[in-house]
Design a protein around this ligand. Structure first.
Ligand SMILES: [Ca+2]
Length: 157
């Protein structure tokens, strides 16, 4: 019994320490996000497919965002990517300002498939391999609805 009580006291203490760690790491991460573009995005590999969106979708995305989404399919599979109709990104010449960039591979230097902005929904995209690298950028002014992208996995070619 004595042993059990010690154990539970140890648990309480260790939980308090963990709680303290969580609070302190949250504080430091809040500080780091307050400067320039806010980083966002995720690594996506749900085998059943799914979707991801720009921040706040279907409301306007916030300014100063840079989100990177990497989609990973299982070996010998490819990715299909398509966008919902409720789509709008601040239009600009050559999409120099807000845009979505899609690359055929896992890296920011993989072959570019396209760079998209404005009101026209990007075309249906199929990857050649098992990765797609997608970046969404919002600059400091003029926001819009953003995007919802759906993906699913198909047998590779
Ligand atoms: Ca903008």
């Amino acid at each position: 019994m004595v042993h059990g009580q010690r154990l539970s006291l140890f648990h309480v203490v260790s939980n308090l320490i963990l709680l303290g760690l969580c609070v302190s790491t949250k504080k430091t991460s809040d500080k780091s996000t307050s400067s320039k573009s806010v980083q966002c995005g995720s690594w996506i590999k749900n085998p059943n497919g799914g979707f991801f969106t720009s921040p706040n979708y279907p409301n306007k995305y916030p300014p100063d965002r840079e989100c990177i989404y990497i989609i990973e399919a299982a070996p010998r599979q490819s990715i299909e990517l398509y966008f919902d109709e409720k789509y709008s990104i601040e239009p600009s010449w050559e999409c120099k300002f807000d845009h979505i960039e899609v690359r055929d591979g896992p890296f920011g230097f993989s072959t570019e498939i396209g760079r998209y902005c404005g009101q026209n929904i990007p075309p249906f995209i199929t990857s050649s391999g098992r990765y797609l690298w997608i970046k969404f950028v919002a600059d400091g002014e003029l926001e819009s609805v953003g995007f919802l992208a759906r993906y699913n996995f198909i047998p590779g070619n």
